[in-house]
Design a protein around this ligand. Structure first.
Ligand SMILES: Nc1nc2c(c(=O)[nH]1)N[C@H]1C(S)=C(S)[C@@H](COP(=O)(O)O)O[C@H]1N2
Ligand SMILES: [Mo]
Length: 240
């Protein structure tokens, strides 16, 4: 437990604008901060409210978090429906492709060089249990920004090494507390919980939070396949 002193850090607005290639627009927005211009910009952005660019520029409101003292170290039950894949951290690569201008393949070393975000949130499984957990990892929005999403990207698909799959709406994927986590309760993410990389977010039910994610694909529409449980009748949005 003593290892959990992870500072909460995330990309500054400026860093985001730099990596997402939107710095020109950032200068425009921050350089002329009169209320008149802001309201004009607001109007221009209004019809595109769900667009990737708008979501990257205007992070959604964070969900309140719990103090470290609220963590329930034994409450997170392992819920795995297939064989647990053993992935070598040094050989692992995360692919980001689809509706992006800059497809990526990143090693864990590269991912861990990006700013670390830590959060203490409640994980809720539809099977009737919940657990307060600390997750540490990289914001999915910073990975998506690096891949330079195309303007028409609206959904994000996650492929896992155990054959599990998921799809999310772009707004939820770009929420500031949607992480690709590689730490749990202050320790390196255990293999049963999805190492090296899993989804973690306070805005979606447990089954949306894919473990052992190897590939993230942006799409402009949903496919017939929406996810492991969704294809068996579970609700797709899975919001909390
Ligand atoms: N790849 C993969 N991800 C998965 C699952 C799975 O079986 N495979 N189970 C889901 C369900 S239903 C839940 S509640 C959480 C459980 O996470 P945990 O095993 O780390 O507690 O993982 C989700 N992500
Ligand atoms: Mo679950």
């Amino acid at each position: 437990m003593s290892l959990i002193q992870v500072p909460r850090r995330s990309l500054s607005r400026r860093q985001f604008l730099q990596i997402s290639g939107l710095s020109g627009m950032g200068l425009l927005l921050s350089g002329c901060g009169t209320s008149l211009l802001e309201s004009e910009v607001g109007t221009i952005f209004e019809p595109l409210n769900e667009s990737v660019q708008s979501l990257l520029l205007n992070p959604q409101k964070p969900i309140p978090e719990f103090p470290l003292s609220a963590i329930e170290p034994k409450a997170l039950l392992i819920n795995t429906f297939n064989l647990t894949p053993e992935i070598n951290w040094d050989e692992f690569r995360l692919t980001i492709d689809g509706a992006v201008n800059n497809p990526l393949s990143l090693s864990m070393a590269e991912i861990q060089k990006m700013p670390l975000t830590s959060m203490v949130i409640r994980h809720v499984c539809v099977e009737g249990w919940a657990a307060i957990v600390q997750w540490g990892g990289v914001q999915l929005r910073s990975l998506v920004a690096l891949a330079q999403p195309k303007a028409d990207a609206r959904y994000v698909y996650f492929q896992s090494a155990d054959g599990y799959s998921e799809s999310w709406d772009i707004a939820s994927a770009l929420h500031p507390q949607t992480l690709m986590a590689y730490q749990k309760n202050g320790e390196r993410l255990p293999v049963e919980n999805g190492a090296p990389l899993r989804l973690a977010a306070p805005i979606k039910l447990g089954y949306k939070q894919s473990k052992w994610v190897t590939k993230i694909t942006l799409r402009n529409q949903l496919l017939d396949t929406r996810g492991y449980w969704e294809d068996q009748g579970y609700e797709w949005f899975g919001g909390l």
